[in-house]
Ligand binder design. Structure first.
Ligand SMILES: O=P(O)(O)OC[C@@H](O)[C@@H](O)c1c[nH]c2ccccc12
Length: 268
């Protein structure tokens, strides 16, 4: 891909900025920081996403609802968020992730549907650039939000982490190298993800999450994100010391997503 040097991530972020700049129907669109905090604080208290990963069997599985991806196209025709969520819960997922961005054919409505269907802690998987998005994610029932280090300058990253924490929401801070891991930890993240897929090119480096494990102290919770395509892949990541595995496509493309998940959980 990459016309004129712009990457997948650049394009998705540009689209997200345009979306955020457009007049919004939601109530939180034009609020001050203080009003946002007040609004967000009144919403129901989130579940303990990190606690579930640390207390459950290791590694915990964060099973992702993902209709499509820019690199692979549609993963599951007509995927139903409620049905998949119930299969994931019954199959033994520790937590769930729901893709909310339109480039993945996702939406906040999917997250709301999943929240109404299962009691698992939920991650809002979106490209978050501002506080309104965190309040909106909380409003539809997210317990944790994704913040991508490569998408956020350091002060903004710290600010969004603090804001999430003040709403009692947790943050999965996504990184791709040692420098980004350092930035995530310095910004106050407790849950650190390493994405084995490069969001600039969507290329997969299957060993990345295992290789970078050593840069994150055990007091943090470490998530290996993307690229699990077999039970062997999951076992390798377990053996590298990942606390949790974030898996989408493998389950979404399985004939029986709940069975594929159950088999994987049994093997770990
Ligand atoms: O489908 P996979 O390879 O199992 O990957 C899941 C998840 O890690 C991936 O969807 C993801 C990780 N970080 C992201 C950031 C934005 C969008 C998507 C992602």
């Amino acid at each position: 891909m990459s016309d004129k040097g712009s990457t997948y991530l650049d394009k998705i972020l540009a689209a997200k900025r345009a979306e955020l700049a457009a007049p919004r129907a939601t109530r939180s669109g034009a609020l001050t920081d203080r009003e946002l905090l007040e609004l967000g604080a009144r919403l129901p208290r989130p579940r303990d996403f990190i606690g579930a990963l640390r207390e459950g069997p290791r590694p915990g599985i964060i099973a992702e609802f993902k209709r499509a991806s820019p690199s692979a196209g549609a993963l599951r025709e007509g995927a139903d968020a409620r049905q998949i969520a119930m299969l994931y819960a019954a199959g033994g997922a520790t937590c769930m992730s729901v893709l909310c961005d339109k480039h993945f054919q996702g939406s906040l409505d999917d997250l709301r549907t999943v929240r109404q269907s299962v009691a698992l802690p939920l991650l809002a998987k979106d490209f978050i650039l501002e506080k309104t998005q965190i309040v909106e994610a909380k409003r539809v029932g997210a317990d944790c939000v994704l913040l991508i280090v490569a998408a956020l300058p350091a002060p903004q990253l710290r600010n969004l982490i603090e804001f999430s924490h003040s709403l009692e929401m947790q943050v999965l801070c996504e990184t791709r190298d040692e420098a980004e891991i350092d930035r995530a930890m310095a910004a106050g993240a407790k849950l650190i993800g390493v994405n084995s897929r490069d969001l600039q090119t969507f290329e997969l480096d299957p060993d990345r999450a295992a290789k970078l494990r050593k840069y994150v102290p055990k007091s943090f919770t470490y998530v290996a994100e993307s690229g699990v395509r077999s039970i062997d892949d999951a076992l390798r990541l377990r053996d590298s010391g990942a606390d949790a595995l974030l898996i989408g496509s493998y389950f979404m493309t399985a004939e029986h997503p709940g069975e594929a998940l159950r088999e994987l959980v049994m093997a770990l």
